[in-house]
Design a protein. Structure first.
Length: 443
């Protein structure tokens, strides 16, 4: 069942990947090199707030439901309470920051206004709700539905931004106005995705929240499990996104745009690895140690070989493709992209090892590895960015990504009693298995 879900999920990510690239191309062309970086800050802030204020309940939902640890209706009730309380807390925080003139810390000073703060809040609100709903579907291994929603969302995003680009190309408007179009379009697509997930949840799960959970028996274990994952996830996110705020502090908006595009393109590749980890988690959580390790080793070999091919292709065609599809003004994106991409290769496998660690309930290992990475990220970013600009940011990133992988790999071998074997190169047996599973999908 795992191999079927895994192969189908990876296959569905091919059109999602292509459509995501198309949507990213046209949204970037709309924004240009003046507003691209500002939009990336909105995205990064929204993602950070989801991580901080969700306290990691997405993974907890999958773990407690797929493992039958807590009654699902009670999990739904706890998740609803956390969603409402966390959303209210963020709204208060943003309001306080505005009146204390602190929003300039997270946004460019020109956009630290009530309307943009409200847009940022709603980006968080619907992204958080989508993450919760997706977790319930994931816990039931409804990956066919998750993949369909992902594909529909990608189609809509690509279609809307393509249409918007050709419409705005005939208009004479400022960069700020173009940013407004992209922000409201992004929010609209996010809301539409929420409706799709709500419909899918009601049709396929339909469990109503039960608010009669007991604090000691249900809520405390739920929060305690999530808290360890929460800390590791936040640290990991900062490893991937802290450089944006530091680049924004030291460099110009155009340089922020060049660097953020390089990082975003690499993140598209990383997203496929996250998808594989999403499929793996509920499966590994329900297996014994021997089955878990055996399955993981094979998935790791296949995945690393797959990402090796992708990153090599991306490296060699980036000189031609990036200026062609994003515009000649983004030619300076090529160098940081090529510097970062070896780190992305290892980071893709880091995601898989991190999933294994979560399934083994040894989340402290992820925290240790990502904590070391965060220290490196902060030190190298503050040292290299002021001197070498976006090249320095890229060097800091690739060093950090590889260091996190090495730490995660070492801790997995040592603390999870993993065998010292081939985790990276696909074998003949693996290739035969892949062919069989792909063939079975079309029979």
């Amino acid at each position: 069942m795992l191999s079927k879900h895994l192969v189908s999920s990876v296959l569905i990510q091919i059109p999602v990947f292509i459509l995501g690239v198309v949507g990213g191309i046209f949204s970037t062309r709309i924004l240009g090199d003046e507003a691209k970086g500002i939009f990336s800050l909105f995205q990064a802030n929204s993602q950070l707030f989801v991580l901080l204020f969700s306290i990691g309940i997405q993974t907890g939902i999958v773990y407690f439901i797929s493992g039958n640890k807590i009654k699902e209706s009670l999990v739904a009730g706890m998740a609803t309470y956390i969603f409402l309380i966390s959303s209210g807390a963020l709204l208060l925080v943003l309001t306080g920051m505005y009146f204390c003139s602190g929003t300039g810390i997270i946004l460019s000073s020109d956009y630290a206004t009530p309307i943009y703060i409200l847009i940022l809040f709603f980006l968080f609100l619907f992204a958080f709700l989508n993450a919760i709903l997706g977790s319930f579907l994931q816990a039931h291994s409804l990956f066919n539905i998750i993949n369909k929603v992902s594909l529909i969302n990608s189609l809509i995003t690509a279609g809307v931004f393509t249409t918007l680009y050709f419409y705005l190309d005939t208009q004479s408007i400022s960069s700020a106005q173009k940013l407004d179009y992209v922000l409201f379009t992004t929010l609209g697509v996010l809301i539409l995705n929420t409706f799709l997930l709500v419909y899918s949840y009601k049709k396929n799960i339909g469990v109503k929240p039960d608010y009669s959970f007991k604090i000691k028996e249900e809520l405390n274990p739920f929060i305690l499990y999530n808290s360890a994952i929460f800390l590791g996830t936040v640290i990991n996110f900062l490893n991937y996104r802290l450089d944006l705020w530091i680049v924004n502090h030291y460099l110009s908006e155009k340089e922020l745009s060049y660097y953020s595009l390089a990082a975003n393109i690499n993140q598209i590749i990383l997203y496929i690895s996250v998808t594989i980890g999403t499929v793996l988690l509920p499966y590994l959580s329900g297996k014994n140690d021997a089955e878990r390790i055996s399955t993981f080793i094979q998935v790791s070999r296949i995945s690393f070989s797959f990402f090796l091919i992708i990153t090599l292709i991306a490296f060699f065609i980036s000189d031609f493709i990036i200026p062609l599809v994003y515009g000649s003004e983004f030619a300076q994106t090529v160098i940081p992209f090529k510097i970062i991409i070896p780190g992305i290769l290892f980071s893709c496998n880091t995601q898989l090892f991190a999933t294994l660690i979560v399934a083994c309930k040894r989340n402290i290992l992820n925290i240790i590895a990502t904590g070391i990475g965060l220290i490196l990220t902060l030190t190298l970013d503050l040292t290299l960015i002021p001197v070498y600009g976006i090249k320095g940011a890229a060097y800091a990133t690739v060093i950090c990504y590889i260091a996190i992988f090495l730490c995660t790999f070492y801790l997995s071998l040592k603390k999870l009693n993993m065998p010292f074997t081939n985790y990276f190169l696909v074998t003949v047996t693996d290739i035969k298995l892949i062919k069989e599973k792909i063939k079975a999908l079309f029979i």
